[in-house]
Design a protein around this ligand. Structure first.
Ligand code: XMP
Length: 528
């Protein structure tokens, strides 16, 4: 048995100056095998010292250092004697604070640019091609106009003569471009060089190590206690279940609530995913209590057609049902939750009074206070892509790990207006046909989210010689990176035709199928 290394010991500190790319920086650092955390730029010197980073990365940001009241780098960062990398605003603030100069410009440079190597650099060398150039992504107004003492210029671009600078002695580096975005060629080489070679981190942050570390942490946290988890079939709760089952076996009970608004065969598929993963004996059998609460949800939804009212009813009923089932279990003192790192960063950011950039949907609005369960949140420090990696490592099938997201209120927001059980049945069938055909045509993983929507409007169709008035199914498929903006997926016409024919032929209650060609914004992904 090897003893566990502390995989958080060598870590980078990322100070956030408000860039939309800050989380991407952290993801790239993690991908290079190094643990890191994001904090607001104005954390205290004591917090920085306590964090004890092996290196610091300063993010970009929307402000200009040419104004006095804008964010500055805490002096402590320059006193730690560890490598520092400033990106965009981070570079400009570093230049301004260390004695260089920054010029403001009314013209923003946004988009692709080519940078030219000006001299050898440990940070940049692996990025350039043989003629010393590389394509990068720029997004800035200001630029560094004179170097601080000790620094040399390592790269230039036509619009940013100091596109990169470094002080090899103090190990301070700055780049005007964004190595963290995929539009920058070989940006990952720069991040890898910084995190691994310049900061000297070993690369302990791997899926296998994260899993061993999480298991040990869960065992230490809950001991012999019992834990309850709401299993939804989504990636996060499934990975939490797999981790906990591995760590504490049958001390874990999962509650799967069937609210009558799930996709076809949902609960069977979730069970199958786990029995497959556990078939080889590496994971303990998962205790799943499936609660059939269909009638309870659908009764409460009867007559309600306002989307937000429906969401509230579904959320509140979930809490009631979950609470009742969890309370019926004896001696449970822990509630497991699939909170992930972006949730943690966002709630910290709102505590610091920053704008909430990302819209969040809360499926569970919070459990009743009398449920005095302690929280175990083993994914709290992980990004979604890391959750997927460890899920695969734990043996969960790809079909579950790479499933499209499914909203908490489920089909409840995909049946426009009042939810009726018969509508849900029809929608389940139509949705299953759409998804099955996407998988058969190898298109499922090319779209980010796809589903059917039930439109309870009467539309005419002709069957044999008779006219029949039935309802409409809309198909929605989008491509997106972050679900904040999305493009409607340009699925092949023949494919849409096949799906439409199948739905109309196989489901008598549908007379017409339409395809949604709205992008977000202004349309949202869901119809309600
Ligand atoms: P919209 O419709 O806002 O959707 O463009 C963006 C993403 O969020 C999902 N979504 C929800 N998820 N509860 C959820 O858990 C909700 O009430 C909810 N509404 C939308 C949607 O499926 C898409 O992935």
């Amino acid at each position: 048995m090897s003893t566990l290394r502390d995989i958080h010991a060598q870590r980078l500190l990322i100070l956030d100056f408000g860039s939309q790319y800050t989380q991407l920086i952290a993801r790239r650092v993690r991908e290079s095998g190094v643990y890191c955390e994001i904090y607001p730029f104005d954390i205290t010197a004591e917090q920085i010292a306590e964090f004890a980073p092996a290196g610091v990365i300063l993010s970009g940001g929307p402000e200009t250092v040419t104004e006095g009241s804008t964010p500055r780098i805490p002096e402590k960062v320059f006193q730690l004697q560890v490598p520092v990398l400033g990106i965009c605003y981070g570079l400009q603030a570093m230049a301004a604070q260390l004695g260089g100069a920054v010029a403001s410009s009314d013209k923003r440079e946004f988009g692709h640019a080519q940078i030219q190597a000006e001299q050898s650099s440990q940070l940049l060398d692996d990025m350039f091609d043989s003629s010393g150039v590389v394509n990068v992504w720029m997004s800035h107004g200001d630029k560094v106009s004179s170097l601080p003492s000790g620094f040399t210029r390592t790269a230039s671009s036509p619009s940013a003569p100091i596109a990169a600078m470094e002080d090899p002695e103090r190990r301070f580096f700055g780049v005007q471009f964004h190595p963290e975005v995929t539009h920058t060629d070989n940006g990952e080489a720069l991040i890898h060089n910084f995190a691994r070679n310049i900061c000297g981190c070993a690369g302990d942050w791997t899926a296998a190590n994260i899993v061993s570390d999480a298991i040990a942490a869960i065992q230490a946290q809950v001991g012999q206690d019992k834990v309850v988890l709401g299993l939804s079939g989504g990636v996060d709760s499934s990975v939490v279940a797999a981790l906990l089952a591995t760590a504490i076996g049958d001390q874990l009970t999962c509650i799967f609530v069937d609210n009558g608004l799930l996709r076809k065969n949902e609960s069977e598929e979730v069970r199958a995913a786990f029995s497959g993963a556990m078939g080889d004996g590496t994971l303990a059998e998962l205790n799943i209590i499936t609660v059939n609460a269909q009638a309870e949800f659908l009764d409460k939804l009867a007559g309600v057609d306002d989307p937000e009212a429906k969401r509230k009813i579904i959320g509140a009923t979930f809490i009631d049902v979950f609470d009742r089932e969890a309370t019926a279990l004896k001696d449970v003192n822990w509630l497991a939750q699939g909170t992930i790192y972006p949730d943690v960063i966002e709630s910290a950011a709102s505590k610091y009074g920053k704008a909430h950039v990302i819209k969040s949907h809360h499926n569970v609005g919070g459990l009743p206070e009398r449920m005095t369960l302690k929280l175990v949140e083993p994914l709290r420090e992980l990004f979604k892509d890391e959750v997927r990696k460890i899920g695969l490592h734990l043996g969960l099938p790809e079909s579950l790990i790479f499933r499209h997201p499914f909203p908490g209120p489920g089909l409840g927001v995909r049946i426009l207006g009042e939810v009726k059980p018969s509508y849900a049945d029809v929608l389940r069938e139509a949705d299953a046909i759409f998804i099955e055909e996407l998988r058969n045509a190898n298109l499922y993983s090319q779209v980010s989210q796809a589903f059917a929507v039930y439109l309870p409007v009467k539309s005419v169709g002709v069957v044999g010689d008779a006219r029949r008035y039935e309802h409409v199914i809309a198909l929605r498929a989008v491509e997106t990176i972050d679900f904040m903006t999305a493009r409607w997926a340009h699925l092949p016409y023949e494919f849409i035709e096949r799906v439409s024919n199948r739905i109309i032929n196989e489901i008598a209650a549908v007379s017409r199928v339409v395809y949604d060609v709205s992008s977000k914004p202004p349309a949202t992904i869901e119809w309600e």
